[in-house]
Design a protein around this ligand. Structure first.
Ligand SMILES: Cc1cc2nc3c(=O)[nH]c(=O)nc-3n(C[C@H](O)[C@H](O)[C@H](O)COP(=O)(O)O)c2cc1C
Ligand code: SF4
Length: 490
């Protein structure tokens, strides 16, 4: 970690100062000096995707709330979140949140899953979002809504908070140790994988019937779809060669096309990764973990447990296989792709750059703007190679007050097609409407990357923006979270 504290962007007064800060750090992030309002804004431009017409360039990223019932149904809080996503004015809703295709594929005991009543609740979630969008924007023209489908694999925890029930494809020398997975823990069998493919098929059918425009076959963040891509050491039909490691994707696509041929498909992909990080023990004190350092790689080279990493130096991205994967998506007729990176469990500074770490994390080992720039650069490189794909980019929230300026420049210069909003959409859901309507950014509403929305679920509490959303600020859970934060770093 740098000895110099990272600049707090909340204290940077204007875009010129932000631009010169980027220059000083040698960080290449495009950033416009003025925002363009209304129809002329690059962010207001429509985009055609086959039969779907996207009304503008803002996307809301999928974000779970850890607030479903134990039976996998949405609660009032879930409906509230989907309503706020709808009222944002963003025309692309990427999945709402990760919905597990089966009970045992849930990442937590409050995650939504495709239960027996999923047809009803999926339709109600969608209708809530559409109604709020109509009220806020005046029209639902150009609104495209997807559902993110997932199986949590290694991170399954379906029944009890704090009791992992991992479903793994291979033994991982670092993650098994971290997750307490014994060496004889059974691997998912090829037969069990085929059952999961059927679960994806059923989930997609229900989403289609509930009126969703597309489903995302999730391949990111260390969950099952992503783990397939790094299953180099697995034998059988689903591991080893690139062809085998992508068989799951191909079979899910074929299964869905068999029952819902007109349903659009998308994929959210961790386009690159790095190895797991942990707090530096040398620089940690009780209650304050040190900066993140990579786990030891002794005897693990060439590294055979990653996707989108250089096997000779897995701290470096290698886009060779991600490029192959995108060619495969094109061959499969999948044009909608959302890039993320890494995993919130084992390298959160890569996936969601933040000034304040989550309770199970570490201090950022790098200037968080470098994390934003890394995702933006990889997205740009891949967009250049695949101009026909519609690409959504991630990790913009750390830009805070300067997010709209960077978003406008990135879309205008063709780095990305749509700008995805994650944490910012929890803190300040109306940002897209404010920017497109020419109202500018309400700075006091900007996410400051306090990470409470990640720390709360780690403690078994619902996720939400505790510092800025009045609902969570005043909730009983806020006091519990405060208690938790006393034991964790500032
Ligand atoms: C509380 C929370 C829940 C999330 N849940 C999901 C999820 O269900 N599916 C997913 O693909 N990403 C999920 N993410 C990751 C975000 O979609 C996004 O990639 C990440 O926050 C970085 O974008 P940002 O900088 O705009 O926040 C979640 C992030 C947060 C903060
Ligand atoms: S809790 Fe709110 S301010 Fe903190 S990171 Fe999450 S959205 Fe941002």
């Amino acid at each position: 970690m740098s000895d110099r504290p990272y600049l707090r962007l909340g204290g940077v007064g204007d875009v010129e100062t932000f631009q010169s800060h980027l220059r000083e750090l040698g960080i290449s992030i495009p950033c416009d000096r003025d925002l363009i309002a209304g129809d002329a804004s690059p962010l207001a431009q429509p985009l055609q995707l086959d039969d779907l017409n996207l009304g503008n360039r803002f996307a809301i990223q999928p974000m779970e709330g850890w607030d479903g019932t134990s039976d996998g149904e949405p609660t009032d809080l879930t409906f509230r979140r989907w309503g706020r996503f709808g009222a944002s004015g963003a025309k692309l809703i990427w999945g709402g949140e990760a919905v597990a295709v089966s009970h045992d594929g849930r990442a937590n005991p409050h995650q939504l899953f495709i239960n027996r009543r999923a047809d009803v609740y999926l339709a109600r979630l969608r209708e809530t979002l559409v109604a709020e969008h109509r009220q806020a924007v005046g029209s639902v023209a150009g609104l495209v809504i997807g559902l993110q489908l997932t199986h949590s694999g290694r991170y399954s925890q379906p029944n009890v908070h704090g009791r992992p029930e991992p479903r793994i494809l291979y033994h991982h020398p670092i993650l098994d140790r971290r997750l307490g997975i014994p060496h004889d823990h059974p691997l998912l069998s090829d037969e069990e994988i085929r059952q999961i493919i059927e679960d994806f098929q059923r989930a997609a059918r229900l989403a289609h019937e509930a009126g969703f425009d597309f489903v995302d076959i999730k391949h990111c963040h260390g969950y099952l779809g992503h783990e397939f891509l790094s299953a180099h050491t697995r034998g059988g039909d689903y591991g080893g060669s690139f062809e085998n490691r992508t068989r799951f994707l191909r079979e899910v696509v074929a299964a869905i096309r068999g029952i819902a041929p007109t349903l659009t498909l998308g994929v959210r992909l961790s386009a690159f990764d790095t190895i797991p990080f942990r707090p530096d023990p040398e620089r940690s004190v009780p209650g304050k973990p040190g900066p993140g350092v990579p786990e030891s790689l002794k005897s693990l080279l060439p590294y055979r447990w990653g996707f989108g990493v250089n096997p000779a130096n897995p701290l470096e991205p290698d886009l060779t296989e991600p490029v192959q994967f995108l060619s495969l998506l094109e061959d499969l007729g999948i044009k909608l792709v959302n890039f993320s990176a890494g995993s919130p469990y084992y390298n959160p500074h890569v996936q969601r750059p933040a000034l304040y770490p989550p309770s199970d994390g570490y201090q950022s080992p790098e200037e968080p703007l470098l994390g934003v720039a890394r995702q933006m650069q990889v997205t740009r490189t891949l967009k250049q190679q695949f101009p026909n794909l519609i690409i959504v980019g991630s990790a913009y929230t750390y830009l805070q007050d300067f997010l709209p300026y960077v978003a406008q420049a990135a879309v205008r210069e063709g780095w990305v097609d749509c700008v995805g909003l994650g944490r910012m959409a929890l803190a300040y859901p109306r940002l897209p409407l404010d920017v497109i309507n020419g109202n500018g950014m309400q700075r006091k509403r900007s996410c400051r990357t306090f990470s409470d929305c990640t720390s709360a679920p780690r403690a078994g509490l619902p996720s939400g923006c505790y510092p800025l959303d009045s609902y969570y600020k005043q909730s009983d859970e806020a006091a519990q979270l405060k208690q938790l934060k006393r034991q964790t770093p500032k």
